[in-house]
Structure formats: structure tokens, C-alpha cells
Design a protein. Structure first.
Length: 225
């Protein structure tokens, strides 16, 4: 199959280690993980385009004492035929049961970025989507409202912000990707840069710190400040 942005698939390997298959075994009461219907409902309510790509999504087998996780890969399909499928990768969402506590990571793939500064309004539907799938927040705009006044520090192209929410703890990481050369309709070269956003949600700040400070396979490495 052919898709418009196959190159960005390499970003999928950035999913935190604690959310990958076989990483952690549950210890305590099982926590609910988002079902496909809830993800589709969140897409519709947030206005984020795309649908779940079944062949790339995963649901862990329900084995006693085993890791519990779900992964949904979301594509915006542009055109599909018998032997060709073209589209745009929108998001890679992984939710896991970490020792009886829920953690969710959503990587939103690149958008064109005209400014050196993050434009939060461009990412508002993405944050609403994450909030709706997570649930338990005061509103679907709570993540956006918690971060929309933050600024990328001068000279930084990658940064992570943190905030306590009504129903958990949240991190938002922003990465501005290098300029690339594209061509406009007249065939002239145009420099274009892009960015992607990662939203991490945790049941508590304590859980976030536990994962952040254990980069030895029991949790993700700290994001670069």
C-alpha cells in the first residue's frame, strides 16, 4: 500500500516503553481502557478528521497477570482503490494499565507550521480528542485551556509543558521539525517546516514522576526540556 506520509511512521517508535506490549504486568484492580466506539465518538465530537486503521491497531490479549494495553492508529483516508491506499497519518494513541493505574499517550503527527512559536489554536481539536478519550475531565477543552498561554522558550524547537488537571496529570510535548523544500502550484520552491504534538495523560503526578524517572525499561526517559 502507498500512503502520502510513510516517512513519519518512524515516529511511532517514540511511544513510551511502558506502553509497549509486554512491558508491565498489572498489579491491582484493572482499569478501563478506551474501546473503539469511544475513540470514534471522540473523533466526531472533536472534529478531528480520520478513522481507525484496523490493521495497524492493537488490543492486548486478556491474559491473567499480563500487560493490558490498546493502540489505535488513526488515518485520514484520501483515496482508496484495490491496490492503492493514500492518506494522512493523524494520530497514534496508546492506553495502558500500569500496575492498576491508567496512562495514555497520543502522538499527533505533523502539521505545517508557519511560525517558530507554537500556535495552540491549530492543535485545539487534537487536545479535545485526547480529553474526550481520557474522560473524567471538567470539559473537553480542559487540556487546551491549561496550556494555551504557554510559549516555546526562545531558541527551543522541542519542549514539554506539564499541568495538573481535574481528572489527572498532563504533559504536552511540542517538536518543530526542520524546514523542507516543497513546490507551489507554479512550481516555485517554498521552504516549509512542520511540527508534531504529543499529549501524555496520567492518573496522577506521582505516576508521571514514577515513569519519568525510570528509563531502564519500566518507564519512558524524561522529555528534553
Amino acid at each position: 500500500m502507498k500512503r502520502l506520509n510513510n516517512a513519519v511512521l518512524s515516529l511511532c517508535v517514540l511511544v513510551p516503553l511502558c506502553l509497549l506490549p509486554g512491558c508491565q504486568k498489572g498489579g491491582g484492580s484493572a482499569v478501563p481502557l478506551p474501546e473503539e466506539a469511544a475513540v470514534l465518538d471522540a473523533l466526531e465530537k472533536s472534529g478531528l478528521p480520520g478513522t481507525i486503521h484496523e490493521s495497524e491497531s492493537q488490543i492486548s490479549p486478556q491474559t491473567e497477570g499480563g500487560a493490558r494495553y490498546v493502540r489505535y492508529v488513526i488515518w485520514e483516508e484520501i483515496e482508496s482503490s484495490e491496490d492503492v491506499e493514500t492518506g494522512w497519518l493523524v494520530a497514534n494513541l496508546t492506553s495502558a494499565d500500569y500496575k492498576g493505574r491508567r496512562v495514555m499517550d497520543t502522538l499527533f503527527f505533523e502539521q505545517s507550521a508557519a511560525s517558530e512559536q507554537i500556535v495552540w489554536a491549530d492543535w485545539k481539536p487534537h487536545m479535545a480528542f485526547a480529553a474526550l478519550v481520557w474522560g473524567g475531565l471538567d470539559s473537553e477543552d480542559e487540556i487546551y485551556q491549561a496550556f494555551c498561554e504557554k510559549e516555546l522558550p526562545e531558541g527551543k524547537r522541542t519542549y514539554t509543558w506539564e499541568a495538573r488537571l481535574s481528572g489527572g496529570y498532563c504533559t504536552v510535548s511540542y517538536s518543530l521539525r526542520p524546514s523542507r523544500t516543497v513546490y507551489d502550484e507554479a512550481g516555485f520552491e517554498v521552504k516549509e517546516q512542520s511540527a508534531h504534538v504529543r499529549v501524555g495523560l496520567y492518573e496522577s503526578r506521582e505516576l508521571y514522576e514514577e515513569l519519568r524517572t525510570n528509563p531502564d525499561g519500566t518507564g519512558p526517559e524524561p522529555a528534553e526540556p
